[in-house]
Design a protein around this ligand. Structure first.
Ligand code: NCD
Length: 324
């Protein structure tokens, strides 16, 4: 097992940033999950963490609102001993590029060790990573990627099922606008899981099958015999115009309730990245059912995953023995 604070020469993740899951190998993903799993075993009340990030500064730079992702990164960084600065930037679409680069320049002058960035535009975090000289973690860029969410989802599944390979996972709802869906598709297919996406035609990106998934418009058909049901929030803030006829109709066809869940495997787990629209994409009582829903555990794993990512990205990158 990967040990906490293991020598950087053994580092299984050798990128300067974490911008997405796409392009990571199964070995790199496993390395991050193993290390996250080790962090998850530590007791948060015992204060026994090694202060790996003493004298380090982490800046949370959020151009979009967030509750759990931002607080989760903050907690993770503080548990490792870092100084944390939270910056929320009001986003005016008029000055886009300029504001982003200006902000990057200002922050570079403060010499942070890690920047955690959330931005409403796909690709903006990568652009920013090219302008700063510290590690950058993508906390969600537009409808593109949200890598730490996919890692915490995978860690939750692995703890419950012991593996990812061979499982069938249904990702249901607003796939079109979801960075969570995209990062999960990359991670789960790379790790050998079978992925189904279930959505109304208006919320399914065309050509989604090219990502290695099977697409369903009929939720009942798509849920048949799956191991995991991952629900997505309806991202109304990213919708221009009307994508669903009415909330009532959406819940009827695409909301998860006990009747539809009954088509999945009897022990299928229910997941949701939050924030949930209860009664829109998921039945409220089902979301709170601790026998089926692992939504709380997802939040808990979020802190462990972010500790692992901060740990890995602040270790010096030494050349690998093979590459030397
Ligand atoms: C997700 C996000 O922001 O992309 N939430 C999160 O990170 N907890 C999903 C969502 O907003 O629907």
């Amino acid at each position: 097992m990967t040990s906490l604070n293991s020598d950087s020469a053994n580092l299984g993740y050798r990128h300067p940033h974490l911008l997405g899951i796409e392009g990571l190998s199964a070995q790199e993903i496993s390395f991050l999950l193993d290390l996250s799993g080790d962090y998850a075993k530590l007791d948060p009340r015992s204060h026994s963490y090694e202060r790996l990030l003493d004298a380090h500064t982490v800046i949370n730079l959020f151009f979009e609102t967030s509750t759990r992702t931002r607080t989760s990164f903050e907690l993770a960084a503080k548990r490792l001993g870092a100084e944390v600065i939270n910056m929320s930037v009001a986003w005016s679409s008029i000055k886009k590029g300029e504001t982003l680069i200006d902000t990057a320049m200002t922050l570079t002058a403060m010499h942070p060790d890690v920047l955690v960035v959330r931005h409403p535009d796909s690709g903006a975090v990568k652009l920013l990573s090219e302008k700063v000289d510290c590690a950058v973690i993508n906390g969600g860029d537009g409808s593109h990627e949200h890598p730490t969410q996919a890692l915490l989802d995978a860690l939750t599944i692995r703890r419950r099922r012991g593996r990812l390979e061979g499982l069938t996972v249904a990702i249901c709802g607003d796939v079109m606008h979801s960075r969570v869906a995209r990062s999960n598709i990359h991670l789960l297919t790379t790790m050998g899981a079978k992925v189904r996406v279930i959505a109304p035609p208006t919320l399914l990106p065309s050509g989604v099958e090219s990502l290695g998934v099977t697409a369903y418009f009929d939720m009942r058909e798509g849920l048949r015999d799956v191991d995991i049901v991952m629900m997505l929030r309806l991202q109304t803030e990213r919708m221009q115009g009307s994508y669903v006829p009415s909330i009532r109709e959406y819940f009827h066809f695409y909301g998860l309730d006990r009747e539809k869940l009954g088509l999945a495997k009897p022990d299928a787990l229910v997941m949701h990245p939050g924030p949930m629209n209860r009664g829109v994409e998921i039945d409220s009582e089902l979301a709170d059912d601790i026998d089926r829903s692992v939504i709380r555990e997802q939040v808990e794993m979020g802190v462990a995953v972010r500790m692992a990512c901060l740990d890995v990205l602040t270790r010096p990158l030494r050349p690998s023995p093979e590459g030397a």
